[in-house]
Write a protein that binds this ligand. Structure first.
Ligand SMILES: [Zn+2]
Length: 250
């Protein structure tokens, strides 16, 4: 692919040489690509402001040497001014793009991920939604997209519809007292996970701090880290995670 135009979200940027930056994009139709933005760190750069982390842009890219592209044209698709006005919203966005950057699929287009990502950005840009549980709900949706939707309506081990007391990210869901492993799960935590996974997400996100939120955020992060085998620093440093208690062996 020598040249193409696409919609994209900036996952992160990093320095390269004296005045250049590499911009990592998740595009709608071409997967993850790296753009070498020459002179972007000079104040006169036209592209600079348009290629910040979390920007939702329309890009015109040309392949250069190696793995890099050069941007011939960049324009905002959405300005995301509400998102950018709040550290809580920006941090939630960082906790999402960090995970997308960990998806092992360079140059493989995944429009499902792009769609989830842009939905996250527009949700974070909507003042009627609280940003706190946006990353956790994104992690559960990404697991589902990857064929690893967590089981939360029965014991994932014995399949019985009995009281559920634990969650194990490696086993892939909730567990009863007899089968328990992973971490203990409170009733509030279970109820909240079920609402998030079960289609009640929009009303969950309208609540400022639903019961069990810290626990569910920690469980979702454990689950996505176990799935990709990667520790997520941005997500861990900014989310108000509840400490999880290992489930006792029965
Ligand atoms: Zn069981």
């Amino acid at each position: 692919m020598k040249e193409f135009r696409d919609d994209a979200v900036v996952l992160r940027t990093y320095k390269s040489g004296e005045s250049d930056r590499v911009v990592v994009l998740w595009t709608q139709h071409h997967g993850k690509v790296r753009v070498l933005a020459k002179g972007i760190r000079k104040s006169s750069s036209r592209l600079g402001g348009n290629l910040e982390t979390l920007a939702y842009v329309d890009v015109d890219l040309v392949k250069t040497r190696g793995e890099f592209y050069i941007a011939r044209h960049v324009a905002h698709r959405e300005r995301l001014t509400t998102l950018r006005s709040s550290y809580a919203r920006i941090n939630a966005g960082y906790a999402v793009v960090e995970v997308v950057d960990a998806v092992p699929s360079d140059d493989v287009a995944d429009e499902g991920i792009f769609e989830l990502l842009t939905r996250v950005l527009t949700t974070l840009d909507d003042a009627s939604f609280d940003p706190m549980l946006v990353p956790a709900s994104f992690y559960f949706k990404l697991l589902a997209l990857d064929g690893s939707r967590p089981v939360v309506d029965r014991c994932v081990n014995c399949e019985r519809d009995v009281p559920l007391v634990a969650f194990d990210a490696v086993v892939g869901g909730t567990l009863c007292a007899e089968c328990r492993s992973g971490v203990s799960l409170s009733r509030d935590g279970l109820a909240l996970i079920r609402r998030i996974v079960g289609g009640d997400l929009a009303s969950v996100l309208r609540e400022a701090s639903p019961a069990g939120a810290g626990e569910v955020m920690a469980i979702a992060l454990d689950a996505i880290e176990a799935h990709f085998g990667k520790r997520l620093r941005a997500a861990r440093s900014t989310a108000p995670l509840a400490p999880l208690v290992p489930a006792p062996h029965s």
